[in-house]
Design a protein. Structure first.
Length: 259
């Protein structure tokens, strides 16, 4: 295990102390960000916050791991408990997954040589997407390299500037960015507040189509309320971003659409 970093000079080189940026955010560095600066007010505030975080040794991003991820990790010469991993199923390091990955590299190499649309699709993509569709209970599925990109695609591929989105006020930033990219009119309703949602649906200006957009993991009970709203509104569709919508909720939404 790497030795612990204790000296102040060593700590300055760590990521949490701004080592990633060299001396750009050094506390003794003299920088001015006036109103005529190239940076706007939001960027100036972000720079100031980053500088203070680096000076305190608590900058939290892009911490380089010194080995595989798992419940415990090695970083900056210390053994740390991992509390922010996306490995929800704990499959990193699973022997079956490792063996399958090694076999795939032997057969397909370390890259596809192109994007999915052109020469980057292999049969494993189709196999995975077919299995995901079966798991989700849908006729087909398509995968993206991140949830952010998936949300961008889900909204922009369906809606146009003639349409409207009613968006949960605490929805993930990627959903707001997707709405901006699609050019749709956006109306926000209070988080998890079905009365507020109904008000926005009933009082909004006419639009081509209306889509309710919300993260799927706020509160499972809310799905039932949204299905109830869908039953009384023409041209409204519900998009849950993240998670798998329970089967009984999908059935209720399907019944509502045909009433």
């Amino acid at each position: 295990m790497p030795s612990k970093l204790s000296a102040a000079g060593d700590r300055r080189a760590t990521t949490s102390s701004g080592g990633l940026f060299g001396e750009f955010f050094a506390s003794k560095k003299s920088s001015t960000f006036d109103k005529n600066s190239l940076l706007d007010g939001r960027a100036r505030r972000l720079f100031d916050l980053t500088r203070r975080a680096c000076d305190a040794g608590v900058y939290p991003y892009q911490l380089p791991l010194e080995g595989r991820s798992g419940p415990w990790i090695e970083a900056e010469g210390r053994r740390m408990l991992m509390l922010s991993s996306y490995d929800y199923l704990g499959l990193i390091g699973d022997e079956r997954v490792d063996a399958a990955a090694i076999e795939a590299v032997r057969k397909y190499g370390t890259g596809t040589g192109g994007v999915r649309l052109l020469t980057g699709t292999i049969d494993l993509h189709h196999q995975m997407e077919s299995e995901l569709a079966a798991f989700k209970g849908t006729s087909a599925a398509i995968t993206f390299s991140s949830g952010y990109l998936a949300n961008l695609a889900a909204v922009t591929s369906v809606l146009s500037p003639m349409d409207c989105v009613v968006l949960d006020s605490l929805a993930h930033r990627s959903l707001a960015e997707a709405c901006k990219l699609a050019g749709v009119t956006v109306r926000r309703y209070a988080h998890n507040d079905c009365a507020s949602l109904r008000h926005e649906l009933e009082s909004g200006p006419p639009s081509g189509r209306t889509m309710i957009v919300a993260d799927g993991d706020f509160d499972g009970r809310r799905h039932l309320h949204l299905a109830g709203v869908d039953r009384h509104q023409e041209g409204i569709r519900v998009l849950f971003a993240g998670g798998r919508v329970p089967r009984h909720v999908r059935h209720r939404i399907d019944r509502a659409r045909h009433r």
